[in-house]
Design a protein around this ligand. Structure first.
Ligand code: SF4
Ligand code: SF4
Length: 363
């Protein structure tokens, strides 16, 4: 089946079962610790039915919806990065790849764009990252188009959403209307189409397809903010001495939260642990890697000292890399407009406002 189809929400377990039977480990959204995050799921009963989120700079709150939407929220603090590039991993002796490939259930368009960016970072060069490759190979992705962006989302202005265009096996749009709770399903790959063959579906009508398009248009129109247009690479590389860097440095705590929640940030540090403290029962030493952040002083340590000792220089490094020099390295910006860095910044610093501040005329 290659044409869009429609199935009732009650048949979502048929979809999940068809994927699990093919040997995948299902990972999807769950409510935990006051947020919607990602974890292993067994069935649709584990999904955040009737929950949504309210997000502003520095604020995230769960709220009840007045319907039973299963995917009626925007992105939370987790991204799929934690499965493909885990926060901590052993490099030596190398960890074995997961025994089953992942199936990501509910990936948003901005997250597909983020995975494509990390694919270029870890797999795009001549040397491939074997740990990433072992986790990424064969991963099955069920995208769910966003119907309700958060106040901090701006994927439309980064051309990364809210509707998934590529990088998925199946894309779903959740429809909640007079005809009941349903999903429009669009296969993106042959294996996605085969999975849909195992689900009780009907061929989508023109009105179902129009309803999904209208939902995407409403979502795009309701984005909480937008990244300023223009050539951001030129703007940022020519704004080294802009006074806005001092302004943001006075607010930035250099905590690194923004880099931890970002689905594209890929910096890590490597540590050798001696046999006595490695925890290995045989007392063998280990080499480990952990997520690191350009907001830590040590991250820029060269012989003799750190290159970026001020908050000004570290924030400038992060923003300039994200939107300007990332383009030189990987051909795209390193930002997909997911808004996580805005929501989870304890100081409420907003990347779109900082760029606008730099773009504004100054004396
Ligand atoms: S911008 Fe916000 S989240 Fe990022 S380092 Fe500064 S205070 Fe922390
Ligand atoms: S920089 Fe911020 S908005 Fe952009 S991808 Fe990272 S967390 Fe999302």
């Amino acid at each position: 089946m290659n044409d869009p189809a429609v199935f009732r929400a009650s048949a979502l377990d048929q979809l999940l079962g068809a994927i699990a039977r093919r040997g995948f480990r299902l990972v999807g959204p769950v409510v935990r610790d006051g947020v919607i995050c990602y974890d292993e799921i067994g069935s649709a009963a584990d999904l955040p039915a009737g929950w949504t989120d309210e997000q502003r700079p520095g604020t995230y709150r769960l709220r009840r919806r007045d319907d039973g939407a299963l995917f009626g929220y925007a992105v939370g603090p987790h991204s799929w990065k934690r499965y493909l590039f885990p926060p901590h991993a052993r490099l030596l002796p190398p960890e074995r790849p997961p025994d089953k490939p992942f199936a990501f259930i509910g990936a948003r368009a901005c997250e597909l764009a983020a995975i494509a960016i990390q694919d270029r970072v870890f797999l795009g060069g001549g040397r491939k990252d074997r740990q990433y490759q072992g986790r990424r190979d064969g991963a099955f992705i069920v995208a769910v188009n966003c119907g309700q962006p958060a106040g901090t989302c701006f994927c439309a202005s980064m051309d990364a959403g809210p509707r998934a265009r590529s990088g998925f096996d199946i894309a779903l749009t959740e429809l909640l209307g007079a005809e009941g709770h349903r999903f429009l399903a669009e296969p993106g790959t042959a294996r996605g189409a085969r999975v849909l063959d195992d689900v009780e579906c009907q061929t989508a009508r023109a009105c179902d397809i129009a309803a999904a398009s209208a939902a995407a248009e409403r979502a795009a129109a309701s984005m909480g903010r937008a990244m300023p247009g223009g050539d951001l690479r030129e703007l940022l590389t020519e704004s080294y001495g802009h006074p806005r860097w001092d302004d943001v440095a006075a607010r930035c705590l250099t905590c690194g939260n923004c880099t931890m929640v970002c689905p594209t940030c890929f910096c890590f540090s490597v540590e050798d642990v001696s046999g006595l403290s490695s925890g290995d029962p045989g007392g063998n030493p280990e080499r480990r890697r952990s997520w690191d952040s350009c907001f830590t002083v040590d991250h820029s340590y060269l012989h003799g000292g750190a290159a970026r000792v001020s908050a000004r220089s570290r924030y400038r490094q992060w923003l300039t890399h994200k939107l300007a020099t990332w383009q030189d390295q990987f051909g795209t910006p390193g930002c997909v407009g997911c808004g996580r860095c805005i929501t989870w910044c304890p100081a409420g610093i907003d990347i779109t406002e900082e760029v606008a501040g730099i773009a504004a005329p100054h004396s």
